[in-house]
Write a protein that binds this ligand. Structure first.
Ligand code: TRH
Length: 379
């Protein structure tokens, strides 16, 4: 029997989350489930940051088992796939939609939505949306944190690889050496810091600088780098820079491919993450984490932040739940981050134990498997 085919469409709106999610899903469907996957991406440059082996000048290329196509304004005439996934409600080319309507059997058409821990997601997951004029139905597919949602992106062997890495001091040492980061000192805390520009940045860095413990901050190049550079009195910074102020040492890291970023999250004691995909990866890393949500103008992001915080802290001892609450809020527009960090730091051990159990619970709901089950039901 011929393998099923899948077209994934990704319009890169901003940052790396859109392509980060699509690239993971494409590789999983191709390499773990044997589908012939074509990934259409309108911005190969952003994609190239996550996947350095990509040749951004090519319109079509095979990369890690996926047929990667540049999605340009003039869309070629192609046979639509059995499964069509439009990521985050991006608009499919009109000619492609018409070809879907003309195809028999019709493709299964999915709109893969953004991740949210809010309750309403369960009611909207898998809802059909008939096309206004063509004989086609599109289905909403919502990732999420409960069994009535589509679940989360999780590679088949990820948690086994994580456990092997976290249980192997030599592997971690080699990893740190590869980044030019020296061995840990006694009592040192290692923190990865992937964030947007943040009003609380200066107070956080000052708290670390003046704090009692040495803090090593691993800072990937990107949007928060200018703020950190200016805090340590530099005009600019780039990968390889090392800055020391009081008890704070910053190592600026290059933006690395997704697998290496996972290792950073596994190797650190605490992870600051942002957006959607790195937030999920921090949960798989099972270390205490702080989420900076992607800000939206109307403020709706704060409800989303609270929804995940409430789920994640349910069942924690009150002081640990409170510490998470205070630090997450302080990092998302609130106050007193240095104090909130101190209280969070005291709960590190409790949160690390909780993180392992939390990841274990989430791991039973895998979005790639759920998508394929749904595809088989509807096709
Ligand atoms: O880049 P982001 O801010 O993307 C955002 C969010 O997804 C947001 O929800 C969305 O609405 C907006 O884009 C348009 O954050 P996110 O989602 O964590 O994506 C970052 C990706 O980059 C993720 O796949 C991890 C990856 N990454 C690396 O591969 N290497 C690195 O060195 C780093 C720091 C990240």
């Amino acid at each position: 029997m011929r393998s099923k085919s899948c077209d994934i469409f990704c319009n890169v709106v901003d940052n790396y989350g859109d392509i980060g999610v699509c690239w993971r899903l494409a590789r999983q469907l191709a390499n773990e489930h044997g589908l012939n996957v074509r990934l259409w991406v309108d911005d190969l440059r952003s994609f190239g940051k996550l996947c350095p082996e990509l040749d951004v000048a090519l319109d079509g290329q095979r990369c890690r088992g996926v047929d990667v196509r540049h999605w340009s304004a003039t869309f070629p005439s192609v046979e639509p796939a059995d499964l069509v996934i439009e990521a985050f409600a991006c608009r499919l080319p009109q000619t492609y939609v018409e070809a879907m309507a003309a195809r028999e059997p019709k493709p299964v058409w999915i709109n893969l939505e953004y991740l949210s821990a809010e309750d309403w997601v369960e009611g909207c997951h898998k809802l059909p949306s008939p096309h206004p004029s063509l004989p086609l139905t599109k289905y909403f597919f919502f990732p999420g944190f409960t069994e009535k949602t589509g679940g989360l992106l999780l590679e088949r062997d990820l948690l086994v690889r994580r456990d092997a890495f976290q249980g192997d001091a030599g592997a971690q040492e080699r990893y740190w050496r590869s980044l030019g980061v020296p061995e840990r000192e006694a009592g040192e805390v290692r923190v990865s810091l992937f964030s947007y520009e943040n009003e609380a940045m200066e107070a956080l860095l000052r708290g670390w600088e003046l704090g009692e413990q040495p803090v090593t901050c691993l800072l990937p190049e990107g949007r928060s780098l200018p703020q950190v550079a200016s805090y340590v009195g530099q005009q600019v910074g780039k990968a390889g820079a090392i800055w020391q102020r009081g008890n704070l040492r910053v190592h600026v890291l290059p933006f690395v491919e997704q697998e290496r970023y996972d290792e950073l999250l596994w190797a650190c004691d605490v992870n600051f993450v942002r957006g959607e995909d790195s937030c999920v990866r921090a949960q798989w890393a099972a270390k205490p984490f702080i989420w900076q949500i992607y800000p939206q103008h109307d403020g709706v992001h704060l409800a989303k932040l609270e929804a995940l915080r409430e789920r994640y802290t349910a069942g924690l001892p009150p002081e640990a739940a409170q510490a998470v609450r205070d630090l997450w809020l302080a990092w998302n527009g609130g106050q007193d981050i240095a104090e909130a960090w101190k209280r969070f730091e005291l709960q590190r051990e409790t949160l690390a134990t909780h993180g392992v159990e939390w990841a274990r619970r989430l791991a039973i709901n895998n979005i790639a498997l759920n998508l394929l089950d749904f595809f088989r039901q509807v096709a």
